[in-house]
Design a protein around this ligand. Structure first.
Ligand SMILES: O=C(O)CCC(=O)C(=O)O
Ligand SMILES: [Fe+2]
Length: 282
């Protein structure tokens, strides 16, 4: 390792990317900047943005076919939903969701929201079965004990793999609630069901109040939620412990970084003083 004693001479130098081998790259996104700016603008105004038909019906059918055999358990409490099936450790079990996690239209929003090398916090498959009740309204990053109002520490996507209708459990959102302090939802709040065709996605910051809807239809409602967080807070699912190295080695560099094979310069996320990506070298 080469030594450069001039690299860090004062405390401000520690804000820099001082990694020797694995520098943080400025990502290039395959997405029209005007489209992304308009997504961002809507998100700022309403607390969420809905993007319709981002993947095709055929892709949704393929995703559903791959995920169905993995949907074996219903939830353990009212929050998970006793008539809702969830897949955790999705990264370990299938590659079919990767394309959604790293979709450029979503990453372009995350690039604006968080510091570089933001992390994947959750990747869950959520299948709401007929007869399920409404999920409690909640804000996804409320488990970080940092007082509100504040900027979101996490963000979520919910991809509709089935059509989302107001009968089958479309996610319910309270637009504007991202700006609340300690306020809790009340009957006077206007709730918006995220009705959208399969292949569409909603994106919102972790401070927005929302919840799964009741499923009063005769069919299940399949969704995939990828959630992300700032690189300086803890991920909800511990992907570095939960994903075997041989799986991580097969993933795109972008996804590897998001699981935790990355640093927030200068040191957060290091292993034995060096970049965690070194663990992936055989
Ligand atoms: O299934 C949904 O529509 C929302 C689920 C959700 O918000 C959650 O589990 O945190
Ligand atoms: Fe949620």
């Amino acid at each position: 390792m080469s030594l450069d004693p001039t690299l860090v001479t004062n405390i401000d130098d520690l804000q820099k990317d001082i990694a020797g081998t694995f520098r943080v790259d400025k990502p290039k996104r395959d997405i029209d900047p005007e489209i992304s700016a308009s997504d961002w603008q809507f998100l700022q105004e309403h607390g969420y943005v809905m993007i319709k038909n981002l993947i095709s019906d055929e892709e949704c059918a393929e995703i559903k076919k791959e995920l169905s055999p993995l949907l074996t358990h219903t939830g353990r409490n009212a929050f998970e939903g006793v008539k809702t099936q969830r897949i955790y450790a999705t990264i370990r079990k299938t590659r079919i969701c990767d394309q959604l996690v790293t979709h450029p239209r979503i990453l372009a929003l995350l690039d604006r929201m968080f510091m570089p090398n933001y992390l994947l916090s959750q990747l869950q498959v959520i299948n709401i079965l007929p007869g399920e009740a409404e999920q409690f309204l909640h804000a996804d990053d409320s488990f970080y004990p940092v007082p509100r109002p504040r900027a979101p520490l996490g963000a979520a996507t919910i991809w509709a793999i089935d059509d989302f209708t107001s009968e089958n459990g479309a996610t319910r959102l309270i637009p504007g609630s991202q700006n609340w302090g300690d306020q809790r939802p009340s009957d006077s709040d206007k709730i918006l069901p995220a009705v959208m065709p399969k292949g569409s996605v909603i994106f919102y910051g972790g401070t927005l109040w929302h919840g799964g809807g009741a499923n009063e239809s005769d069919d299940a409602r399949l969704a995939i939620t990828a959630q992300y967080c700032e690189p300086w807070v803890r991920q909800q699912e511990n992907y570095t412990l939960g994903t075997p190295l041989e799986t991580v080695r097969t993933l795109s560099p972008e996804l590897q970084a998001m699981l935790g094979y990355s640093i927030l310069p200068p040191y957060i996320g290091m292993v034995n003083g060096v970049h965690p990506k070194r663990l992936l070298k055989t």
